[in-house]
Design a protein around this ligand. Structure first.
Ligand code: C2E
Ligand code: CA
Ligand code: CA
Length: 778
């Protein structure tokens, strides 16, 4: 130890030693700062920074050594060979680099290895540098001292690298750099102390020049400058990388534009555009983006604006861009923040679509249709063009749905939707308004003909696509049309007009279309009013029954009475059943009405003491409810009428609807003891088979045959045939509507023993109570 201190004090210019020490303080600090930077980097960048650290460390060690050598003031003049001196520098850098490669492995043993390689590096550098000495002397080393020095160096380096790995913050650099200083200095000075120069006159002596001082200055300056510069580079790199990392970390795509050209773009934008920064750089942002407002991308705006990406093939993206002025790397720039709204917008559009469209057919729904109708009318009010509204209803759809199931019903609806869309013009709107209701809005029809053509097309196309003759699931359409401004002045009235026309179309038969007209409207309004009144007719006691006698055609005795309903309307006067029974059947009012008639007829008949029968007409609609037989039973029980005195008159149409249900009801009624009469016979479809299917108690020949009997041979033949059938089935036959004596004679001639008709008086009030041979009063 003493030798070393003596060597330092006595053989060196200590001012230069201070300079040397300073160089290595800067060098080792720089070395560890760079190593720290390398640790923070991604693997790719780390390699560069490790190499830079090795360069700084190597240069630092080498210049410390070299300045120290120049500080040496031994007895003998010395100088240095350039080649070996340079080689010593390269050796230092190389060995440091190697050491750091090992360091990267991160284990304790790696740290020891690093220290070993670093120690070797410093030693190699030192002795190579020594061998560069030119002096008239031989160099000798003292091995024991040398070994001790190397050991101290090795231990110091080990501590330095361990400390660097373990500490954080300032201590990390300070402790590591301090031990590295100890390591390098101890090796240098013990090696110098262990060195002795033995004069040898055979060797060439060094030429003493006065270049020493400026050489020292230059080396120090260059080394420190190099170290400081790389240190600064590390700091700047960190700052820039962090900035970049931050930009890449956002989900938003970012572009930075300077003077209208892209100078920076983050990874999100590169991915979005499918191009990396090298392609994007120097291009205009307008080459890549187009703002929805049509302005250049970097225009000043108060709010973000929608935009689309160009150059990306057909993957259409909906973006939102916001532009801000920023100062970036000391330049005035615009940063464009781009958000991808594609998914959000698509979801939004889907929700909007669901709210405005029918889920099954994908057609606009009522809400959207109403909106379009309102717009169309507003436009038409200015332009004067016509707007036609077609209300379309599927005939028989309910039956198809009930019989073949909902899947089949859905298929029919979809098919209808596609037919309508195929026929409608591009400017027209086809909508599904409800279950089996569709509407078409025809705009820009210059002539009524255009609408007529459209309607004809729809009917023709439906007929072509749906074969109602063969396909049991096929349906027809009824169409009602109203046209603005001819039929209505606003949307509400136009819809009403189309509805009225549709109603009329349905009335006039399947697969037809009707155009609205005012009389139609009046008729419908009239009907609605009547319908309304009818619902209250029972509770307001406006209904009453009249009775028409059934007579034996030859002798004139009364065998019973038929109850016929009348409606005494407070404003309209007496209304006959032909005018309100169909309406009652359609609206369902026939159910309470029929029950009322039945109860009223039974209650009245109970009061007759002649035991005559009472006949009540029953509508087919009443037969569609399963409870008819029990209703009749209840009324009989309630009124006390014997079942055998009640006759129920039905028409063949009862058997046309739900035949099985009708037959079971008829059988149940028959079991009660009630008699069943076939009314209006001869006008139905398959009379004979109907007669066969159920044991009727009586047949009534429709009055149309009787009224024609005098002039129409065919009518008389039919009467004869029916009477024949009755005789063969052992059924009494009644001829209805006998008005004249001639008619009476003729039916008697044909063998018909029972009759009914104005010949014996008009239907009237109930026969007098408890009388035996009263006939009905007119
Ligand atoms: P309907 O069952 O064939 O009843 C006989 C109809 O012929 C009655 O008409 C009666 O007034 C009429 N009539 C009777 N004799 C003659 C005649 O000699 N000449 C002419 N021209 N007509 C005659 P009304 O009362 O107007 O009844 C018409 C139809 O209304 C009835 O035909 C029946 O189908 C229905 N109806 C009447 N009352 C009821 C009822 O309470 N319930 C149901 N469901 N239907 C009823
Ligand atoms: Ca009748
Ligand atoms: Ca009849």
């Amino acid at each position: 130890m003493f030798t070393v201190v003596e060597c330092i004090w006595q053989q060196h210019d200590y001012r230069l030693l201070v300079l040397a020490a300073l160089t290595w303080i800067v060098g080792s600090t720089g070395f560890f700062l760079l190593l720290k930077r390398a640790c923070e980097c991604t693997p790719v960048r780390r390699r560069g920074w490790v190499a830079t650290a090795a360069l700084v460390g190597g240069i630092g060690v080498w210049s410390t050594h070299f300045i120290s050598m120049l500080a040496y003031q031994g007895a003998m003049p010395i100088s240095f060979g350039v080649g070996l001196t340079a080689l010593s520098a390269v050796a230092a850098i190389g060995m440091f680099w190697l050491a750091l490669r090992i360091w990267d492995r991160g284990t304790v043993s790696a740290d020891v290895g690093v220290a070993l390689v670093a120690t070797t590096g410093v030693a190699v550098m030192h002795f190579t540098g020594m061998s560069a000495i030119i002096a008239a002397a031989q160099i000798r080393y003292e091995p024991v001292l040398l070994t001790k020095g190397l050991a101290v160096t090795f231990i110091s380096f080990t501590v330095a690298f361990r400390a660097f790995r373990q500490y954080k913050g300032l201590a990390q650099i300070a402790v590591a750099a301090s031990f590295a200083i100890v390591a390098v200095c101890s090796l240098h000075f013990t090696a110098m102390a262990a060195t002795s120069l033995m004069p040898d006159p055979t060797l060439p002596s060094a030429a003493i020049g006065d270049s020493r001082n400026w050489l020292i200055g230059a080396i120090t300056a260059i080394s420190i400058a190099l170290i400081l510069l790389t240190g600064a580079a590390a700091v700047i790199d960190r700052y820039l990388t962090d900035l970049h990392g931050l930009a890449d970390a956002t989900l938003e795509a970012l572009i930075i534009v300077h003077r209208g050209r892209i100078i920076e773009a983050n990874a999100s934008f590169a991915e979005m555009a499918g191009a990396d920064l090298s392609i994007l750089r120097d291009q205009s942002p307008d080459d890549w983006l187009r703002a929805a407002d049509g302005l250049p991308v970097i225009s000043a705006r108060t709010a973000p604006v929608e935009a689309m990406l160009l150059n990306v093939g057909d993957a259409e993206k909906i973006l939102e861009i916001a532009v801000h002025d920023v100062e970036y790397r000391g330049r005035q720039c615009q940063v464009i923040a781009i958000r991808d709204l594609t998914d959000k917008k698509q979801a939004q559009r889907q929700v909007e679509h669901m709210a405005t469209h029918d889920g099954l057919t994908g057609l606009p729904n009522r809400a959207l249709f109403d909106e379009r109708l309102t717009h169309a009318l507003m436009r038409a009010a200015h332009t004067g063009e016509a707007v036609a509204l077609l209300a379309i209803d599927l005939d028989r759809f309910k039956a198809v749905n009930d019989i073949f199931g909902h899947a089949e019903g859905d298929r029919i609806l979809c098919k209808m939707a596609s037919i309508l869309q195929g026929v409608a013009g591009p400017a027209d709107t086809v909508a599904r308004i409800g279950g089996d209701e569709f509407m078409v809005l025809q705009t820009g029809a210059t002539h009524t003909n255009d609408t007529q053509t459209l309607v004809a097309h729809i009917i023709a196309e439906v007929a072509r696509e749906m074969d109602t003759a063969r396909d049991p699931t096929a349906v027809n359409v009824s169409i009602g049309v109203a046209v603005y401004p001819r039929d209505a002045t606003d949307a509400e009235l136009l819809r009403h007009g189309a509805d009225v026309a549709l109603y009329r179309a349905k009335e006039s038969g399947r697969g037809t279309a009707c155009f609205f007209d005012r009389e139609m409207d009046a008729a419908v309004r009239e009907r609605r009013a009547l319908e309304h009144d009818l619902r209250h007719a029972i509770t307001r006691s406006q209904l009453r029954l009249v009775y028409q006698a059934l007579i034996s055609s030859d002798g004139g005795t009364i065998s019973g009475y038929e109850a016929l309903v009348r409606w005494a309307h407070p404003d309209r006067g007496l209304i006959l059943p032909d005018q309100f029974i169909p309406l009652a059947e359609e609206t369902g009012v026939i159910i309470p009405l029929g029950e009322w008639v039945l109860r009223e007829a039974c209650r009245t008949a109970v009061q007759w003491d002649n035991q005559l029968s009472v006949a009540v007409n029953v509508s087919p609609v009443q037969f569609q409810l399963a409870g008819l037989a029990s209703t009749v039973a209840a009324i009989l029980a309630e009124t006390g009428l014997i079942a055998s005195r009640l006759e129920l008159e039905i028409t063949e149409s009862v058997l046309m609807k739900d035949r099985a249900l009708a037959l079971s009801t008829l059988n149940a009624l028959k079991e009660l003891g009630v008699r069943i009469v076939m009314d209006d016979f001869g006008t139905g479809y398959s009379s004979l088979s109907n007669l066969q299917s159920f044991p009727f108690d009586k047949i009534k020949i429709d009055r149309s045959f009787v009224s024609a009997i005098e002039d129409d041979v065919a009518a008389r033949s039919i009467i004869r045939a029916i009477v024949g059938i009755g005789r063969s089935l052992n059924l009494p036959v009644v001829a209805e509507g006998v008005e004249t004596e001639a008619q009476r004679q003729m039916i008697v001639e044909e063998g018909c023993l029972h009759a009914q008709g104005f010949l014996w008086g008009l239907p009237g009030v109930a026969p007098a109570r408890k009388t035996s041979d009263d006939s009905a009063a007119a």
